[in-house]
Write a protein that binds this ligand. Sequence first.
Ligand SMILES: Cc1ncc(COP(=O)(O)O)c(C=O)c1O
Length: 436
Amino acid sequence: MTDTPSRSRDLYQRALESLPGGVSRNTVLRSPFPLYADHASGSRITDVEGVERIDFSNNMTSLIHGHAYPPVVEAVEAQLRKGAAFAVATEIEIEHAEHVLSRSESFEQIRFVNSGTEAVMGAVKAARAFTGRPKIAKVEGAYHGLYDFAEVSQTSRPDNWGDERHPESTPVAYGTPAGVLADVVVIPFNDPDTAIEILDQHRGEIAAVLLDPMPHRIGLVPASTEFVQRLRQWTEADGSLLVFDEVITFRTEVGGFQQRYGVKPDLTALGKMIGGGFPVGAITGARDVMQVMNPLVADVRMPHSGTFSANPITMTAGLTTMRLFDAAAVAKLNDLAGELVVSMREAIERSGANACVVGAGSMFRVHLSKEPPRDHREAFMTKEKSGELKVLLDHLFDEGFIMINTCSLALSTVMTKDETDAFVDAFERGLVRLKS
Ligand SMILES: Cc1ncc(COP(=O)(O)O)c(C=O)c1O
Protein backbone atom coordinates (compact mmCIF):
# COMPACT_ATOMS: atom_id res chain seq x y z
CA MET A 1 0.00 0.00 0.00
CA THR A 2 1.23 3.51 -0.80
CA ASP A 3 1.82 6.17 1.86
CA THR A 4 -0.41 8.81 0.23
CA PRO A 5 -3.11 9.71 2.77
CA SER A 6 -6.33 7.98 1.80
CA ARG A 7 -9.51 7.37 3.77
CA SER A 8 -10.27 4.35 1.57
CA ARG A 9 -6.88 2.86 2.46
CA ASP A 10 -7.49 3.48 6.18
CA LEU A 11 -10.93 1.89 5.99
CA TYR A 12 -9.50 -1.11 4.19
CA GLN A 13 -6.82 -1.60 6.82
CA ARG A 14 -9.55 -1.53 9.47
CA ALA A 15 -11.72 -3.94 7.44
CA LEU A 16 -8.90 -6.48 7.14
CA GLU A 17 -9.36 -7.18 10.85
CA SER A 18 -13.08 -8.00 10.76
CA LEU A 19 -13.73 -9.26 7.21
CA PRO A 20 -11.73 -12.06 5.53
CA GLY A 21 -9.63 -10.25 2.92
CA GLY A 22 -11.23 -7.00 4.13
CA VAL A 23 -14.36 -7.38 1.99
CA SER A 24 -17.80 -8.97 1.94
CA ARG A 25 -17.70 -9.73 -1.79
CA ASN A 26 -14.51 -10.48 -3.70
CA THR A 27 -15.57 -8.42 -6.71
CA VAL A 28 -15.04 -5.10 -4.89
CA LEU A 29 -11.36 -5.86 -4.31
CA ARG A 30 -8.90 -3.81 -6.26
CA SER A 31 -5.23 -3.33 -5.68
CA PRO A 32 -3.89 -1.73 -3.52
CA PHE A 33 -7.26 -1.20 -1.74
CA PRO A 34 -10.96 -1.10 -2.67
CA LEU A 35 -12.86 2.08 -3.33
CA TYR A 36 -15.22 3.08 -0.51
CA ALA A 37 -18.40 4.78 -1.68
CA ASP A 38 -19.88 7.72 0.15
CA HIS A 39 -22.92 8.24 -2.04
CA ALA A 40 -24.15 7.83 -5.60
CA SER A 41 -26.67 9.46 -7.88
CA GLY A 42 -27.61 8.74 -11.49
CA SER A 43 -24.54 7.55 -13.37
CA ARG A 44 -22.00 8.65 -10.76
CA ILE A 45 -20.50 7.37 -7.52
CA THR A 46 -18.69 9.70 -5.12
CA ASP A 47 -16.09 8.03 -2.93
CA VAL A 48 -15.16 8.85 0.67
CA GLU A 49 -12.42 11.19 -0.60
CA GLY A 50 -15.03 13.19 -2.48
CA VAL A 51 -13.92 11.97 -5.94
CA GLU A 52 -16.76 11.41 -8.41
CA ARG A 53 -16.55 8.69 -11.06
CA ILE A 54 -18.87 7.53 -13.85
CA ASP A 55 -20.15 4.07 -12.98
CA PHE A 56 -20.21 1.56 -15.84
CA SER A 57 -20.51 -1.37 -13.43
CA ASN A 58 -23.97 -0.44 -12.13
CA ASN A 59 -23.55 -2.92 -9.30
CA MET A 60 -22.52 -5.69 -11.66
CA THR A 61 -25.27 -4.96 -14.25
CA SER A 62 -28.11 -4.79 -11.71
CA LEU A 63 -28.93 -1.04 -11.68
CA ILE A 64 -30.76 -0.51 -14.95
CA HIS A 65 -31.72 3.10 -14.08
CA GLY A 66 -28.48 3.98 -12.27
CA HIS A 67 -28.19 5.07 -8.64
CA ALA A 68 -30.86 6.57 -6.39
CA TYR A 69 -33.35 6.72 -9.26
CA PRO A 70 -36.01 9.18 -8.02
CA PRO A 71 -39.13 7.08 -8.83
CA VAL A 72 -37.60 4.10 -6.98
CA VAL A 73 -36.46 6.21 -4.02
CA GLU A 74 -39.95 7.72 -3.64
CA ALA A 75 -41.77 4.40 -3.92
CA VAL A 76 -39.40 2.66 -1.49
CA GLU A 77 -39.54 5.51 1.03
CA ALA A 78 -43.33 5.24 1.06
CA GLN A 79 -43.18 1.45 1.47
CA LEU A 80 -40.55 1.68 4.24
CA ARG A 81 -43.00 3.73 6.27
CA LYS A 82 -45.57 0.97 5.79
CA GLY A 83 -43.16 -1.80 6.85
CA ALA A 84 -40.20 -3.60 5.32
CA ALA A 85 -41.00 -7.30 5.65
CA PHE A 86 -43.86 -9.31 7.01
CA ALA A 87 -44.62 -13.00 7.46
CA VAL A 88 -47.85 -12.35 5.58
CA ALA A 89 -48.39 -11.94 1.86
CA THR A 90 -48.64 -8.58 0.06
CA GLU A 91 -50.43 -7.33 -3.04
CA ILE A 92 -47.21 -5.87 -4.47
CA GLU A 93 -45.71 -9.36 -4.92
CA ILE A 94 -48.69 -10.32 -7.10
CA GLU A 95 -48.30 -7.12 -9.14
CA HIS A 96 -44.57 -7.69 -9.63
CA ALA A 97 -45.19 -11.36 -10.52
CA GLU A 98 -47.82 -10.34 -13.10
CA HIS A 99 -45.48 -7.76 -14.57
CA VAL A 100 -42.50 -10.10 -14.97
CA LEU A 101 -44.73 -12.85 -16.40
CA SER A 102 -46.09 -10.42 -18.98
CA ARG A 103 -42.58 -9.95 -20.44
CA SER A 104 -42.05 -13.44 -21.90
CA GLU A 105 -44.20 -16.27 -23.18
CA SER A 106 -42.01 -18.81 -21.40
CA PHE A 107 -42.77 -17.24 -18.00
CA GLU A 108 -46.05 -18.81 -16.82
CA GLN A 109 -45.53 -18.76 -13.05
CA ILE A 110 -42.86 -17.30 -10.78
CA ARG A 111 -41.40 -17.55 -7.28
CA PHE A 112 -39.28 -14.70 -5.95
CA VAL A 113 -36.11 -15.37 -3.94
CA ASN A 114 -33.27 -13.19 -2.68
CA SER A 115 -30.34 -13.64 -5.07
CA GLY A 116 -29.32 -15.02 -8.43
CA THR A 117 -27.55 -17.85 -6.61
CA GLU A 118 -30.81 -18.83 -4.94
CA ALA A 119 -32.71 -18.55 -8.24
CA VAL A 120 -30.31 -20.92 -10.02
CA MET A 121 -30.38 -23.31 -7.05
CA GLY A 122 -34.19 -23.23 -6.99
CA ALA A 123 -34.40 -23.85 -10.74
CA VAL A 124 -32.03 -26.82 -10.52
CA LYS A 125 -33.94 -28.30 -7.58
CA ALA A 126 -37.25 -27.77 -9.40
CA ALA A 127 -35.85 -29.57 -12.46
CA ARG A 128 -34.74 -32.49 -10.29
CA ALA A 129 -38.10 -32.61 -8.52
CA PHE A 130 -39.95 -32.53 -11.85
CA THR A 131 -37.87 -35.14 -13.68
CA GLY A 132 -36.84 -37.31 -10.72
CA ARG A 133 -33.29 -37.28 -12.12
CA PRO A 134 -30.10 -36.35 -10.25
CA LYS A 135 -27.71 -34.75 -12.76
CA ILE A 136 -27.34 -31.36 -14.39
CA ALA A 137 -25.23 -30.33 -17.36
CA LYS A 138 -23.56 -26.93 -17.59
CA VAL A 139 -21.09 -25.06 -19.75
CA GLU A 140 -17.42 -25.18 -18.75
CA GLY A 141 -16.35 -21.98 -17.00
CA ALA A 142 -19.84 -20.44 -16.78
CA TYR A 143 -20.64 -18.53 -13.59
CA HIS A 144 -24.06 -19.13 -12.05
CA GLY A 145 -23.49 -18.02 -8.44
CA LEU A 146 -22.39 -20.02 -5.43
CA TYR A 147 -24.55 -23.18 -5.42
CA ASP A 148 -22.12 -26.16 -5.31
CA PHE A 149 -23.60 -27.89 -8.35
CA ALA A 150 -23.85 -24.75 -10.50
CA GLU A 151 -20.30 -23.76 -9.54
CA VAL A 152 -18.64 -26.86 -10.97
CA SER A 153 -15.87 -26.18 -13.54
CA GLN A 154 -16.21 -22.41 -13.17
CA THR A 155 -12.53 -22.07 -12.25
CA SER A 156 -11.18 -25.02 -14.31
CA ARG A 157 -7.52 -24.48 -15.15
CA PRO A 158 -5.17 -25.95 -17.76
CA ASP A 159 -3.77 -28.39 -15.16
CA ASN A 160 -7.17 -29.82 -14.20
CA TRP A 161 -9.63 -29.17 -17.03
CA GLY A 162 -8.81 -32.39 -18.90
CA ASP A 163 -9.51 -33.37 -22.48
CA GLU A 164 -11.39 -30.83 -24.61
CA ARG A 165 -13.89 -33.47 -25.70
CA HIS A 166 -14.54 -34.55 -22.08
CA PRO A 167 -14.09 -31.56 -19.77
CA GLU A 168 -13.50 -32.57 -16.14
CA SER A 169 -15.95 -31.67 -13.37
CA THR A 170 -13.71 -29.55 -11.16
CA PRO A 171 -14.61 -28.03 -7.78
CA VAL A 172 -14.45 -24.31 -7.04
CA ALA A 173 -14.33 -24.62 -3.24
CA TYR A 174 -12.14 -27.03 -1.31
CA GLY A 175 -14.29 -29.69 0.30
CA THR A 176 -16.87 -29.89 -2.51
CA PRO A 177 -18.30 -33.43 -2.13
CA ALA A 178 -17.25 -35.93 -4.82
CA GLY A 179 -20.95 -36.68 -5.31
CA VAL A 180 -21.52 -33.11 -6.47
CA LEU A 181 -18.81 -33.42 -9.12
CA ALA A 182 -20.19 -36.77 -10.24
CA ASP A 183 -23.64 -35.27 -10.77
CA VAL A 184 -22.51 -32.39 -13.00
CA VAL A 185 -21.81 -33.01 -16.67
CA VAL A 186 -19.59 -30.33 -18.20
CA ILE A 187 -20.01 -29.31 -21.85
CA PRO A 188 -17.95 -26.86 -23.95
CA PHE A 189 -19.48 -23.50 -24.94
CA ASN A 190 -20.74 -22.98 -28.49
CA ASP A 191 -19.57 -26.41 -29.68
CA PRO A 192 -22.87 -28.20 -30.34
CA ASP A 193 -21.39 -31.41 -31.77
CA THR A 194 -19.13 -32.08 -28.78
CA ALA A 195 -21.79 -30.96 -26.31
CA ILE A 196 -24.36 -33.38 -27.76
CA GLU A 197 -21.79 -36.20 -27.88
CA ILE A 198 -21.15 -35.71 -24.15
CA LEU A 199 -24.85 -35.35 -23.28
CA ASP A 200 -25.66 -38.54 -25.20
CA GLN A 201 -23.53 -40.46 -22.70
CA HIS A 202 -25.93 -39.37 -19.93
CA ARG A 203 -29.31 -39.94 -21.59
CA GLY A 204 -32.10 -40.41 -19.09
CA GLU A 205 -29.97 -39.14 -16.14
CA ILE A 206 -30.01 -35.39 -16.62
CA ALA A 207 -32.62 -33.20 -14.92
CA ALA A 208 -31.57 -29.97 -16.61
CA VAL A 209 -29.13 -28.39 -18.99
CA LEU A 210 -28.25 -25.04 -17.42
CA LEU A 211 -27.30 -22.32 -19.89
CA ASP A 212 -26.42 -18.65 -19.60
CA PRO A 213 -27.00 -17.46 -23.19
CA MET A 214 -24.18 -14.91 -22.92
CA PRO A 215 -21.83 -16.07 -20.17
CA HIS A 216 -19.85 -13.16 -18.80
CA ARG A 217 -16.85 -15.04 -17.39
CA ILE A 218 -16.34 -16.92 -20.67
CA GLY A 219 -16.08 -13.65 -22.53
CA LEU A 220 -19.62 -12.22 -22.86
CA VAL A 221 -19.97 -13.79 -26.30
CA PRO A 222 -23.57 -14.73 -27.19
CA ALA A 223 -24.38 -18.43 -27.54
CA SER A 224 -24.83 -19.34 -31.20
CA THR A 225 -28.39 -20.00 -32.36
CA GLU A 226 -27.31 -23.50 -33.37
CA PHE A 227 -25.92 -24.22 -29.89
CA VAL A 228 -29.14 -23.09 -28.19
CA GLN A 229 -31.42 -24.89 -30.65
CA ARG A 230 -29.49 -28.16 -30.46
CA LEU A 231 -29.61 -28.06 -26.63
CA ARG A 232 -33.36 -27.37 -26.82
CA GLN A 233 -33.86 -30.32 -29.20
CA TRP A 234 -31.70 -32.64 -27.11
CA THR A 235 -33.43 -31.83 -23.82
CA GLU A 236 -36.86 -32.25 -25.39
CA ALA A 237 -35.96 -35.64 -26.82
CA ASP A 238 -34.33 -36.74 -23.55
CA GLY A 239 -37.13 -35.57 -21.24
CA SER A 240 -34.77 -33.21 -19.41
CA LEU A 241 -35.35 -29.48 -18.95
CA LEU A 242 -33.61 -26.51 -20.51
CA VAL A 243 -32.90 -23.92 -17.82
CA PHE A 244 -31.72 -20.45 -18.83
CA ASP A 245 -29.75 -18.32 -16.41
CA GLU A 246 -30.80 -14.78 -17.37
CA VAL A 247 -29.65 -13.18 -14.15
CA ILE A 248 -27.62 -10.66 -16.15
CA THR A 249 -28.87 -11.08 -19.72
CA PHE A 250 -32.50 -10.22 -18.92
CA ARG A 251 -31.64 -6.54 -19.51
CA THR A 252 -30.88 -7.15 -23.22
CA GLU A 253 -34.54 -7.38 -24.37
CA VAL A 254 -38.00 -6.89 -22.85
CA GLY A 255 -38.35 -10.66 -22.49
CA GLY A 256 -34.67 -11.44 -21.94
CA PHE A 257 -32.04 -12.78 -24.29
CA GLN A 258 -34.16 -15.90 -24.99
CA GLN A 259 -36.36 -13.63 -27.14
CA ARG A 260 -33.56 -13.53 -29.75
CA TYR A 261 -33.35 -17.31 -30.22
CA GLY A 262 -36.97 -18.24 -30.75
CA VAL A 263 -36.71 -21.04 -28.16
CA LYS A 264 -38.65 -21.42 -24.94
CA PRO A 265 -36.62 -22.66 -21.98
CA ASP A 266 -38.61 -24.67 -19.42
CA LEU A 267 -37.31 -22.54 -16.57
CA THR A 268 -35.43 -19.25 -16.28
CA ALA A 269 -33.44 -17.94 -13.34
CA LEU A 270 -33.68 -14.16 -12.94
CA GLY A 271 -32.06 -11.69 -10.54
CA LYS A 272 -30.20 -8.37 -10.40
CA MET A 273 -32.27 -5.83 -12.38
CA ILE A 274 -35.70 -7.11 -11.30
CA GLY A 275 -35.00 -6.04 -7.70
CA GLY A 276 -34.58 -2.37 -8.61
CA GLY A 277 -31.34 -2.17 -6.60
CA PHE A 278 -32.36 -4.51 -3.77
CA PRO A 279 -31.41 -8.19 -3.25
CA VAL A 280 -33.50 -10.42 -5.50
CA GLY A 281 -33.80 -13.53 -7.58
CA ALA A 282 -36.67 -15.36 -9.27
CA ILE A 283 -37.45 -18.81 -10.62
CA THR A 284 -39.90 -18.64 -13.48
CA GLY A 285 -41.10 -20.87 -16.29
CA ALA A 286 -43.62 -23.45 -17.41
CA ARG A 287 -46.64 -23.86 -15.15
CA ASP A 288 -46.39 -27.66 -14.96
CA VAL A 289 -42.76 -27.46 -13.80
CA MET A 290 -43.41 -24.57 -11.39
CA GLN A 291 -46.16 -26.68 -9.83
CA VAL A 292 -43.45 -28.76 -8.07
CA MET A 293 -43.40 -25.86 -5.58
CA ASN A 294 -47.17 -25.88 -5.06
CA PRO A 295 -47.70 -26.57 -1.34
CA LEU A 296 -51.43 -27.17 -1.81
CA VAL A 297 -51.04 -30.67 -3.19
CA ALA A 298 -50.79 -33.68 -0.89
CA ASP A 299 -47.29 -34.67 -1.96
CA VAL A 300 -45.39 -31.41 -2.50
CA ARG A 301 -42.31 -32.25 -4.54
CA MET A 302 -40.19 -29.22 -3.66
CA PRO A 303 -41.05 -27.34 -0.48
CA HIS A 304 -39.88 -23.76 -0.91
CA SER A 305 -39.66 -20.77 1.43
CA GLY A 306 -37.44 -17.82 2.42
CA THR A 307 -37.70 -15.22 5.19
CA PHE A 308 -37.06 -12.25 2.89
CA SER A 309 -38.47 -13.70 -0.34
CA ALA A 310 -40.80 -11.21 -2.06
CA ASN A 311 -40.34 -8.66 0.72
CA PRO A 312 -42.31 -5.51 -0.14
CA ILE A 313 -39.22 -3.27 -0.38
CA THR A 314 -37.65 -5.38 -3.12
CA MET A 315 -41.02 -5.88 -4.81
CA THR A 316 -41.76 -2.13 -4.79
CA ALA A 317 -38.32 -1.18 -6.11
CA GLY A 318 -38.37 -4.01 -8.65
CA LEU A 319 -41.82 -3.30 -10.04
CA THR A 320 -41.20 0.47 -10.26
CA THR A 321 -37.92 -0.22 -12.06
CA MET A 322 -39.27 -2.78 -14.49
CA ARG A 323 -42.37 -0.76 -15.44
CA LEU A 324 -40.02 2.06 -16.41
CA PHE A 325 -37.84 -0.32 -18.44
CA ASP A 326 -40.44 -0.87 -21.14
CA ALA A 327 -39.86 -1.64 -24.83
CA ALA A 328 -39.05 2.00 -25.67
CA ALA A 329 -36.55 2.27 -22.79
CA VAL A 330 -34.88 -1.03 -23.73
CA ALA A 331 -34.53 0.08 -27.37
CA LYS A 332 -33.18 3.52 -26.40
CA LEU A 333 -30.60 2.04 -24.04
CA ASN A 334 -29.52 -0.60 -26.54
CA ASP A 335 -29.11 2.11 -29.21
CA LEU A 336 -26.89 4.17 -26.92
CA ALA A 337 -24.82 1.07 -26.14
CA GLY A 338 -24.65 0.15 -29.84
CA GLU A 339 -23.28 3.61 -30.69
CA LEU A 340 -20.77 3.32 -27.87
CA VAL A 341 -19.50 0.00 -29.21
CA VAL A 342 -19.08 1.43 -32.72
CA SER A 343 -17.04 4.33 -31.25
CA MET A 344 -14.96 1.94 -29.14
CA ARG A 345 -14.21 -0.17 -32.21
CA GLU A 346 -13.15 2.99 -34.09
CA ALA A 347 -10.89 3.93 -31.17
CA ILE A 348 -9.31 0.45 -31.30
CA GLU A 349 -8.77 0.86 -35.03
CA ARG A 350 -7.18 4.31 -34.65
CA SER A 351 -4.91 3.20 -31.81
CA GLY A 352 -3.81 0.04 -33.63
CA ALA A 353 -4.26 -1.84 -30.32
CA ASN A 354 -4.76 -5.56 -30.13
CA ALA A 355 -8.27 -5.42 -28.73
CA CYS A 356 -11.93 -6.12 -29.47
CA VAL A 357 -15.33 -5.46 -27.91
CA VAL A 358 -18.13 -8.06 -27.66
CA GLY A 359 -21.50 -8.38 -25.97
CA ALA A 360 -25.14 -7.54 -26.72
CA GLY A 361 -27.89 -5.18 -25.61
CA SER A 362 -26.48 -2.81 -23.02
CA MET A 363 -23.52 -4.95 -21.84
CA PHE A 364 -20.08 -5.21 -23.35
CA ARG A 365 -16.67 -6.58 -22.57
CA VAL A 366 -13.24 -5.55 -23.82
CA HIS A 367 -10.74 -8.26 -24.73
CA LEU A 368 -7.09 -7.55 -25.37
CA SER A 369 -6.97 -9.78 -28.43
CA LYS A 370 -8.01 -9.29 -32.07
CA GLU A 371 -10.77 -11.92 -31.79
CA PRO A 372 -12.98 -12.67 -28.79
CA PRO A 373 -12.44 -16.00 -26.97
CA ARG A 374 -14.56 -18.89 -28.23
CA ASP A 375 -14.90 -20.72 -24.92
CA HIS A 376 -13.63 -20.96 -21.34
CA ARG A 377 -10.26 -22.32 -22.41
CA GLU A 378 -9.59 -19.40 -24.73
CA ALA A 379 -11.00 -16.89 -22.21
CA PHE A 380 -8.86 -18.30 -19.39
CA MET A 381 -7.00 -15.44 -17.70
CA THR A 382 -3.27 -16.09 -17.60
CA LYS A 383 -1.16 -13.88 -15.31
CA GLU A 384 0.11 -12.04 -18.37
CA LYS A 385 -3.40 -11.34 -19.70
CA SER A 386 -4.68 -10.11 -16.31
CA GLY A 387 -1.59 -7.90 -15.93
CA GLU A 388 -2.29 -6.21 -19.26
CA LEU A 389 -5.97 -5.79 -18.47
CA LYS A 390 -5.12 -4.25 -15.10
CA VAL A 391 -3.09 -1.54 -16.85
CA LEU A 392 -6.20 -0.60 -18.85
CA LEU A 393 -8.57 -0.89 -15.86
CA ASP A 394 -6.28 1.25 -13.66
CA HIS A 395 -5.99 3.84 -16.41
CA LEU A 396 -9.79 4.04 -16.76
CA PHE A 397 -10.18 4.23 -12.99
CA ASP A 398 -7.68 7.08 -12.78
CA GLU A 399 -9.57 8.87 -15.56
CA GLY A 400 -12.77 8.54 -13.54
CA PHE A 401 -14.53 5.37 -14.71
CA ILE A 402 -15.70 2.40 -12.65
CA MET A 403 -15.79 -0.80 -14.70
CA ILE A 404 -16.74 -4.39 -13.97
CA ASN A 405 -13.37 -5.94 -13.10
CA THR A 406 -13.26 -8.07 -16.28
CA CYS A 407 -13.22 -4.76 -18.23
CA SER A 408 -16.93 -5.03 -18.94
CA LEU A 409 -19.52 -2.25 -19.05
CA ALA A 410 -23.22 -2.25 -18.24
CA LEU A 411 -25.05 0.94 -19.20
CA SER A 412 -28.02 2.46 -17.42
CA THR A 413 -30.96 4.44 -18.80
CA VAL A 414 -29.82 7.65 -17.10
CA MET A 415 -26.62 7.69 -19.16
CA THR A 416 -26.28 9.93 -22.20
CA LYS A 417 -23.72 10.54 -24.90
CA ASP A 418 -21.87 12.79 -22.42
CA GLU A 419 -20.85 9.74 -20.42
CA THR A 420 -20.21 7.45 -23.39
CA ASP A 421 -18.16 10.07 -25.33
CA ALA A 422 -16.04 10.78 -22.25
CA PHE A 423 -15.50 7.03 -21.89
CA VAL A 424 -14.40 6.56 -25.51
CA ASP A 425 -11.78 9.34 -25.16
CA ALA A 426 -10.37 7.78 -21.99
CA PHE A 427 -10.50 4.30 -23.53
CA GLU A 428 -8.51 5.42 -26.56
CA ARG A 429 -5.85 7.05 -24.37
CA GLY A 430 -5.68 3.78 -22.41
CA LEU A 431 -5.18 1.73 -25.57
CA VAL A 432 -2.39 4.05 -26.73
CA ARG A 433 -0.77 3.71 -23.31
CA LEU A 434 -1.04 -0.08 -23.50
CA LYS A 435 0.68 -0.09 -26.89
CA SER A 436 3.59 1.92 -25.58
C1 LIG B 1 -25.16 -15.28 -14.75
C2 LIG B 1 -25.23 -15.17 -13.27
N1 LIG B 1 -25.94 -16.08 -12.57
C3 LIG B 1 -26.06 -16.01 -11.23
C4 LIG B 1 -25.43 -15.02 -10.53
C5 LIG B 1 -25.56 -14.96 -9.03
O1 LIG B 1 -26.32 -13.87 -8.63
P1 LIG B 1 -26.19 -13.28 -7.15
O2 LIG B 1 -24.86 -12.59 -7.08
O3 LIG B 1 -27.36 -12.35 -7.01
O4 LIG B 1 -26.26 -14.45 -6.23
C6 LIG B 1 -24.68 -14.05 -11.19
C7 LIG B 1 -24.01 -12.98 -10.47
O5 LIG B 1 -23.19 -12.25 -10.96
C8 LIG B 1 -24.57 -14.13 -12.61
O6 LIG B 1 -23.85 -13.24 -13.30
